[in-house]
Design a protein around this ligand. Structure first.
Ligand SMILES: Cc1cc2nc3c(=O)[nH]c(=O)nc-3n(C[C@H](O)[C@H](O)[C@H](O)COP(=O)(O)OP(=O)(O)OC[C@H]3O[C@@H](n4cnc5c(N)ncnc54)[C@H](O)[C@@H]3O)c2cc1C
Length: 416
């Protein structure tokens, strides 16, 4: 059945088929190379752009796919199975332009959305600051980054954002700041230019063990000019798109990683031949040593652990399917907002899905590495060690797992 907020099944299937080809021909074969180099996977995004897959949420009137949350989650899961860094960058991109789709002015939508849908512009997020870390979720905390009036019109931005995924290629960066003159420190959301435009400079390095190809180095915005109309009006409910779309995306990345770890483990144990030499009693009471050919899949401990891995993946996937469907049922039309009680229920689902899926990804990778033995530890062999390294970032991505658990616990206990 199709409602106003969901895609026709034939359209969904056609989009996923285009994605399958890009993953098979470009993204999967290059995952290891990008993990090793830690470079932004520019070729992957060029291929996604050519296939018309860079504007999942952008309305068809602006050249996008007009996709729903279910499609987005499925796309991110499939990307993450092949290359988690590419999937995470896609989450950042689709999340950061989404406020334009739901709350942008006509001028903003006409300017930003068509080139983005054509794959010409990549969007990034700049929330984290060296001094305030995960401040987005610290009650009452406001950004260090400030806007002040520019004598020649518009504003000047002073900001240093130390972790920005895709900072080297982003054309636009959705950035949280405040006005210098506002003593209450109300948050303002702006679209700042990317590297190579205006006064923007790069700083820092990104040499992590996981999500290496997100290439999340810092951006220095001291003295950067921002036109008035790149700043969102205050009091718009931007969080109604940013929070659920961001979290649904993260959850989909963790499920993709867990599913890939599960599949890699099954394929490995089913194909890992062993030859056990066993004593066999022959006619006449004599014994002889005979080789018995099998695979490690014959061991009961392996069978049990593989089934446990799969159950964890299925349970986490069901949690996220449920979140995507709930978001589609309550998706607002552009300019509208979601009723508060409905949005609060979505926030609860987001919190439980985010915690559940990140723990699943880490646990499933860890069990897969144990089941596959020493081969799983070899760099460049099985994909498990890369998946494990990528999964570990789940616990520190903002909002961090601990911050979310505290928030969810408080909500369950009626403390907020
Ligand atoms: C792969 C990857 C990509 C990223 N991409 C981006 C990006 O594109 N844009 C961006 O802005 N950021 C990005 N980040 C940064 C990410 O959001 C931060 O790692 C996160 O905000 C935590 O900040 P921090 O690492 O500085 O840790 P810190 O803030 O130093 O936190 C350290 C510890 O304190 C706890 N803590 C901190 N604040 C709170 C709080 N308010 N409540 C409870 N506990 C708290 C944390 O849980 C953590 O255990 C990325 C991170 C990773 C790993």
């Amino acid at each position: 059945m199709t409602n106003a907020n969901t895609l026709a099944e034939a359209d969904r299937a056609a989009i996923l088929e285009r994605l399958r080809v890009v993953i098979a021909e470009q993204i999967a074969p290059n995952a290891r190379r990008y993990d090793e180099s830690g470079e932004f996977p520019a070729d992957n995004f060029a291929a996604l752009g050519r296939a018309g897959l860079m504007g999942l949420y952008i309305p068809t009137a602006y050249g996008g796919l007009g996709g729903d949350h279910r499609l987005y989650s499925e796309v991110i899961r499939r990307l993450a199975k092949a290359c988690a860094s590419t999937a995470m960058l896609s989450v950042m991109h689709n999340t950061q332009y989404s406020p334009l789709v739901f709350h942008g002015t006509q001028r903003q939508r006409e300017f930003f959305l068509p080139p983005t849908a054509r794959g010409e512009w990549f969007f990034a997020n700049a929330a984290t600051e060296a001094m305030s870390g995960d401040s987005t979720y610290a009650p009452g905390a406001v950004p260090h980054s400030v806007l002040r009036p520019n004598p020649s019109g518009g504003f000047l931005l002073d900001a240093q954002k130390n972790i920005v995924s895709g900072s080297s290629h982003a054309r636009w960066v959705f950035l949280a700041c405040r006005e210098e003159s506002d003593s209450k420190g109300a948050k303002r959301a702006i679209f700042a230019p990317g590297l190579g435009h205006g006064a923007v400079k790069a700083f820092g390095e990104w040499n992590t063990i996981g999500m290496r190809a997100t290439s999340s180095t810092g951006l220095d915005y001291r003295g950067c000019e921002i036109p008035d109309w790149h700043i969102f009006e205050p009091d718009l409910p931007l969080g109604q798109s940013l929070l659920p779309i961001g979290i649904l995306g993260f959850c989909s990345v963790w499920i993709g990683i867990a599913a890939a770890a599960c599949e890699a483990t099954i394929a490995h144990v089913a194909g890992r031949s062993i030859e056990l030499i066993q004593s066999e009693r022959r006619a006449g009471g004599e014994s002889a040593l005979v080789p018995v050919h099998s695979t490690v899949a014959r061991f009961e401990s392996v069978q049990r652990q593989v089934s446990e891995m799969r159950v964890r993946v299925d349970a986490a996937s069901a949690l996220v399917d449920d979140l995507a469907q709930a978001m589609d049922r309550s998706r607002p039309q552009p300019g509208e907002s979601i009723p508060t009680d409905v949005f609060e229920r979505i926030v609860d689902r987001c919190l439980s899905s985010r915690v559940g899926t990140s723990e699943t990804a880490i646990d499933v990778c860890r069990v897969g590495m144990r089941v596959c033995g020493a081969r799983a530890l070899q760099r460049g062999g099985l994909p498990l060690e890369r998946l494990m390294r990528d999964a570990l970032t789940a616990q520190v991505m903002g909002p961090t797992e601990d911050a979310l658990k505290v928030r969810y616990g408080r909500r369950l206990l009626g403390l907020e």
